[in-house]
Structure formats: C-alpha cells, structure tokens
Write a new protein. Structure first.
Length: 292
C-alpha cells in the first residue's frame, strides 16, 4: 500500500522554526534542545492531524522497541535502590521518545515542497551558530559571559558545541544534495576552526569521527548504518571491560595526572565505579535512573 503524504504547509513551517532555533539555542542553552523538540513535535503532530484528520503512523518496530525499553525500565523499579528517581524520569523519557518518533513519522510523510523551508532553515541556523561559536572562541565567551555567571564562560559552551556538531551533518547533506560543495566546505571550516580553538576536545573529536561516518554513509548508506549500529551495540556491551581493563590501567594514578586534567581523571574514576557495579548485576541492574 502506498503511503499517503501529509499535505500541510503549516507543518513544514513548524519544522523550519525548530531547525532554525535548535542550532542557535544549543550553544548557550543546550538543555533547551528537549523543550524545543517537545514543542515542535506537539505542533507538527497537531497540525498534521488537524489538516489530514489522521495521526502520524509510527513504525511497528519502533513501537515494539519503545514498549520493551519502558517495560524493562519499569520492571527494574521493583528492585531499585531509589524507585522514586525512576518514577520521576520514566514518563518523561517515554514522552520524549514517543514525541521524537511521531516527529520523524510526520516529517517522513511530508512532500518535498513542504520540507524545503526546514532544509533552508537548518543550513541558516547552523551557519549562524558557527559564526556565534567563532565569536565566542575569539573573545573568550563574550556573549556567554552576559548570559551566565560562569567563571570561564567559554568553557560553558562545550556541551552546546557538541550538539551543534551533530546538527551540522544534515545541514552539510542539504548543501551537498544541491551540489554546492564550496558552501559545504566553507560551513565545515567555519565549525572546525573555532572548535579547534576551544579548550574542550569532545566536540572536535565528535567532528572528526562524524566526518568519517558521514563520508562512509554518503557512499554506502545501508552498510554504514548496519556497521555503526553493530559497533554501537558492541561498544555498549563491552563498556565495563573497556573501562576496567583498558582505560583504567592507562589513565589511573600518576599516568592519568600526566595526560589528563583533573576533570578527565574524575571521569575515569566514575567509569571505574560504574563498571564495577555493572558487572555485579549485569542483567538486572540497579534500577532505572539511579546511577548517580
């Protein structure tokens, strides 16, 4: 059966508003990503439903995985050391995942003409955020200093810059699809240069790894999707042993003091603590949202 496309131009405008706002908001309010996602999901689904008198059709596989995840998390509350923490977060996680799935379903059903504003908005949003990131890197966080009381304002944009890197790839894909490689290269450079100037390296590492994955996915989309999914699952399963047998011996003690700042050594200790507890109860776990 051929899928019936949603006709609403208004839905595309709602997606465009989010695509423009998300990159710009990420640098200085990275936690705003979730409210923006929630707002646009509600707006896009509501507009599509009102215009076409039908809800978005979520994939059966997605719904089954979501139900299994929530069921397992809920079951874990029975032996959790802090059930209240799980009860507080579980409905929010369910709504976020369901909203994201519905948003993808709506966007997938839109005709190309309705998604055009969102494509343009995403490119403009990422380009504007790249210019803002360059300004912050050059001035030590002059804008961030006006918006927060952080002692080192430029350090406070590290989390947002990582979100910006994630949003850059679909923006670059839009430019490459339109055969504008010079514009895509300029946008990539506008992001890479200020990222290299920041103290944190998470966003720069994410950009380098993302560039390799982007190139592979552009040439071999299906094979890359399978490979990355498999690698992610294997990495999650092997994470306790990676933390204890590889990272801990390399960076604990004096070796860590030589190569890592205090915050990095602190993270290695957190990973050791978490890995040991994961191996104590690898299947049942300790309960949803009680890691802290």
């Amino acid at each position: 059966m051929t899928r019936t496309r949603i006709r609403g131009r208004e839905t595309g405008i709602a997606l465009a508003a989010a695509a423009l706002a998300m990159p710009l908001a990420a640098l200085h309010a990275h936690r705003a990503a979730v409210p923006i996602l929630a707002a646009v999901a509600i707006a896009a689904v509501a507009l599509a439903w009102l215009r076409d008198a039908r809800p978005p059709r979520l994939g059966r596989g997605f719904l089954l995985l979501l139900a299994a995840l929530l069921a397992w998390a809920g079951l874990g509350l029975a032996w959790s050391i802090d059930p209240g923490a799980g009860l507080d977060l579980l409905p929010r996680v369910a709504l976020i995942l369901l909203g994201a799935g519905a948003l993808v379903a709506v966007a997938r059903d839109l005709p190309p003409a309705a998604t055009e504003p969102a494509r343009r908005a995403l490119v403009l949003g990422v380009a504007g955020a790249a210019l803002l990131l360059a300004l912050e890197a050059a001035t030590g966080g002059v804008v961030k200093a006006l918006l927060s009381d952080k002692a080192q304002p430029v350090v406070a944009i590290k989390a947002g810059s990582t979100i910006l890197v994630l949003l850059a790839w679909p923006a670059l894909a839009v430019l490459l699809e339109r055969r504008r490689p010079i514009a895509a290269g300029a946008l990539a450079a506008a992001l890479a240069v200020p990222l290299a100037c920041l103290e944190g390296r998470a966003a720069l590492i994410a950009a380098a790894a993302g560039a390799l994955a982007f190139a592979a996915a552009w040439s071999f989309p299906r094979a890359t999707a399978v490979a990355l999914s498999t690698a992610a699952a294997a990495g999650i399963l092997a994470a306790p042993w990676i933390a204890l047998d590889l990272i801990q011996p390399w960076f604990a003690g004096e070796a860590g003091e030589e190569f890592l700042p205090f915050s990095g050594r602190h993270r290695v200790e957190i990973w050791r603590f978490a890995a040991e507890h994961v191996l104590e109860r690898p299947l049942a776990g300790w309960g949803f949202n009680v890691s802290r």
